[in-house]
Write a new protein. Structure first.
Length: 196
């Protein structure tokens, strides 16, 4: 298959070609989604060049695991999850090495929580609250959790989220509204409050 105008081919079609061993199709996926992946990484990594290196690792992993994509969700959802997991792995590794200076401290919590040991009481309480929030988020379906994370944790606008996820702004608004309702329910269930 020759890809002259890449925009006319869906991600799913191109992914199916990659799964059949078409390396040109993989290059198309990288070209199409590299800005999205780098944007996600740059929310945590302060070094643009390092972000590009990490993005390269993400796409290498995506190529290796491309057969795990079954089309149950959008490709961008699968790729976002892969990027997030890659960042968590890197953060864990850097913490063991004692080198996390390249991370934006305001966004670290959105990927991985700090250890609780030796924290003042008020910080421990804040940490516990943060863990409760993450548990409620993990209870959400992936498509709703993603828009919640992008909007509330990454401070992205509706338009930016729509562009990143390749969907209409109206769809983003609808998903975010639904995500908030589901999050509230999950939070209440976790806190043992029941319906309010």
């Amino acid at each position: 298959m020759v890809y002259r105008k890449t925009t006319q081919f869906s991600d799913e079609l191109i992914v199916s070609q990659v799964q059949q061993g078409n390396e040109e199709a993989m290059r198309i996926l990288v070209e199409r989604h590299r800005p999205f992946v780098i944007t996600c990484i740059c929310q945590t990594v302060q070094d643009r060049y390092l972000a590009e290196d990490i993005a390269q690792e993400v796409f290498v992993k995506a190529y290796r695991h491309i057969h795990s994509f079954r089309g149950d969700s959008k490709f961008t959802t699968w790729l976002y999850r892969l990027t997030k997991n890659q960042m968590i792995d890197i953060l864990r590794k850097k913490r063991k090495e004692g080198r996390v200076e390249w991370l934006d401290p305001h966004h670290i919590a959105s990927f991985q929580l700090h250890d609780v040991a030796d924290m003042p009481e008020e910080r421990v309480m804040k940490k516990e609250k943060c863990e409760e929030v993450h548990q409620a988020l993990r209870a959400l379906p992936e498509k709703y959790r993603m828009v919640m994370e992008l909007y509330h944790m990454r401070q992205r606008t509706y338009a930016e989220i729509a562009q990143m996820l390749k969907m209409p702004v109206r769809t983003v608004e609808t998903r975010l509204y639904r995500a908030k309702m589901l999050f509230k329910r999950a939070w209440q269930e976790h806190a043992g409050l029941g319906a309010m």
